[in-house]
Design a protein around this ligand. Structure first.
Ligand code: BEZ
Length: 203
């Protein structure tokens, strides 16, 4: 398998942590996109994914898979794993919803990053920045309240939440997301020690 990736992307990190947890890293060749702007077309990525987005995984059967949600589920299937995303429906859809929360935080975070670091200053939209920030904080509050159920196990939900908390630390070390969120902080303190997290730290 080949993975178009950039270590800074929280979506890529979700996939890479999942691959580590499933002991699949030796089966995945990482193809680093290097730095490219979200308004640019990356030739190698675009030739495998018409959306030109990372992560994109090329399977050994020559199929291009995207996005991170699909790739994570594929890796679980490929490994024959029943822990990270169980078949039992109540748990399965709870985990997928936690994953969806993480993807929403990542969407908002990456939008915020583009708006504040890449968009020309005179075109920035303060209400947009405010909305993405509120969206992230609201989602973190719900995770704090539900962490006893939703973050108790290592599964696709908790993996993706850990990846996105790592992205907040990486891009906004002064955000202060830990304040008033002791359970989420404890979850992250423990989870971030896992070899899968240590091996995928953004630089
Ligand atoms: C970032 O540098 O924050 C970033 C890089 C790639 C995708 C998304 C975010």
């Amino acid at each position: 398998m080949k993975l178009h990736h950039n270590p800074a992307s929280p979506f890529v990190r979700m996939v890479r942590i999942t691959a580590h947890e499933l002991n699949l890293t030796d089966d995945i060749e990482l193809i680093d996109t290097g730095v490219f702007l979200p308004i640019e077309v990356h030739g190698a990525v675009a030739s495998d994914n018409p959306l030109g987005k990372i992560p994109t995984l090329m399977t050994d059967h020559g199929h291009a898979l995207h996005d991170s949600r699909v790739i994570c589920e594929y890796l679980v299937h490929h490994a024959g794993d029943k822990e990270l995303l169980p078949d039992e429906p109540v748990n399965r859809f709870r985990i997928l919803t936690v994953q969806s929360t993480a993807l929403g935080i990542a969407d908002a975070g990456v939008s915020l990053r583009y708006e504040t670091a890449l968009r020309p200053e005179d075109l920035r939209w303060p209400d947009w920045i405010e909305r993405q920030t509120t969206r992230i904080n609201s989602a973190l509050d719900v995770l704090e309240a539900k962490s006893d159920d939703d973050l108790a196990q290592v599964d696709l939900g908790s993996i993706c939440i850990a990846a996105v908390l790592g992205y907040l630390d990486f891009r906004w070390p002064d955000w202060g997301w830990r304040e008033g969120r002791d359970k989420l902080t404890a979850f992250y303190d423990t989870f971030s020690q896992r070899p899968s997290m240590q091996a995928t730290l953004p630089e």
